[in-house]
Design a protein around this ligand. Sequence first.
Ligand code: FAD
Length: 502
Amino acid sequence: MSDPQAGTAPEVDAVLVGTGIMSATLCALLRRLQPDWSITVVERLDGAAAESSDPWNNAGTGHAGLCELFYTPELTDGSIDITKAVRVNEQFQVTRQFWAYAAESGMVSDVPGFLNSVPHVSFVQGARRVDYLRRRRAALAGNLLFAGSEWIDDADEFARRLPYMAVGRDFREPIALNWADDGTDVDFGALSRQLIGYGVRNGVAVLFGHEVSNLSRQRDGTWTLTIRNRRTAESRKLTARFVFVGAGGQALPLLQKSGITEARGFGGFPVGGRFLRSANSAIVGQHRAKVYGLPAPGAPGMTAAHLDTRIVNNKSWLSFGPFAGWSPKFLKHGRSSDLARSVTPGNLTTVLGAGVSQLELVRYLVGQLGLSQPARVRTLREFAPSAVDSDWELTTAGQRVQVIRRDRRRGGVLEFDTTVLAAADGSIAGLLGASPGASTAVSAMLGVLQRCFPARYQGWLPTLKEMVPSLGVTLSDEPALADELRTWTAKALQLGPGGNRS
Ligand SMILES: Cc1cc2nc3c(=O)[nH]c(=O)nc-3n(C[C@H](O)[C@H](O)[C@H](O)COP(=O)(O)OP(=O)(O)OC[C@H]3O[C@@H](n4cnc5c(N)ncnc54)[C@H](O)[C@@H]3O)c2cc1C
């Protein structure tokens, strides 16, 4: 519905809601492509990227499909489906190129402040799982993006690579590692702040402590946003030709308020995450890798346990998890009424349908919520048998609002992907879901540009190809280009093999 007061509201070319990695990436892209546009970023908190993109609210894995076993499920005929691993890796190559461009062009100045080489490793125990990992490796062997990983099933080599995980281990049980040296640990919070900083240095306005509480479409196709100052409770209006709803878990409620038909029928279900964390240098120094296992039967893929090196503010930590948490909030700093308010007559059947079909997930969540600290450390001991409770503290990570999509047969289905919703006229877009999430922010935001600005996109292509030289190309099919880009990005981002900076 159009707003009668809107005529008096100041008008800008674009409003980006939120300062997480999605809006921060879009902010940097748009600023480079359209230096003449007026852009305002609105953030409800007092600092940037303090929700899911904060380093302690996610696992910081630069998801490239190198180690995550849930991207390569075993099908009923025993074959391994590598489609998702390849797609995620292709998307990460796009991300890597944009970051390399950002580093070389001075958009970001402190690369080690957000990106570090950390090997990505798949880990399995037991003969059946070792066999699965071997077949996964064979299935990926033909793809050049996965070339160069190593197979390790020998106790001495295991102990040399992962000393903390070797102490106290009974090596009579078969184990195997698939080891990829070109993995990364990413502080998406630090990166978001650098990208927003680039925007601010180049004329982007940021309103911190301000919440977009409503938005309505005007007759001329622009959007009028109601923006509330959370300190003073005063509201102001702002009119924009384009709106990006990068509000993380709050994206769904805002898109519902916009009234666009594309958001109709969608629902959201929040799943929280918790991690064990250690700063004990004696064990942190004994483990430099992100080691992913298989998810528990019936649990969603992204809940697969992993023991990770994290590098935050130039300090190394270990983190293990995730353990599921639950809260009805759509943001960590959100409201307890978020879930209830997101259920509307338009999506009630979708939400109920998804609930009925997700009994295994509910069972998994209930089991996780009942875990005690000793029980969590017992799970950790499957990775590091010598782990002691006193080395580990429990942290609460961010909220992932999983997308519930309408389904003719079941009413609704819960999805674990990331979905971009955009109005048909391209005047508003938003991002739902959180997996693979931050690592694919660049592809997701390039997708937003292509869908929302079809008339300008062709004109932007030369600049976009400077940023992402492989744009539009499947790198898996282009060995020479893939090699050239790998060398360029490694140099620009100071990435080196084996978990050391080059
Ligand atoms: C436990 C966990 C582990 C994860 N691990 C990984 C990982 O290893 N690798 C990976 O790539 N991804 C991971 N993810 C996903 C990743 O964190 C998210 O996909 C990504 O951070 C989302 O970025 P965003 O910009 O969409 O949202 P956010 O970072 O949540 O930012 C949204 C921003 O919008 C603001 N906002 C919300 N509503 C309003 C409003 N109405 N007005 C103004 N501002 C508003 C919020 O305050 C916030 O700053 C993980 C997520 C979780 C929860």
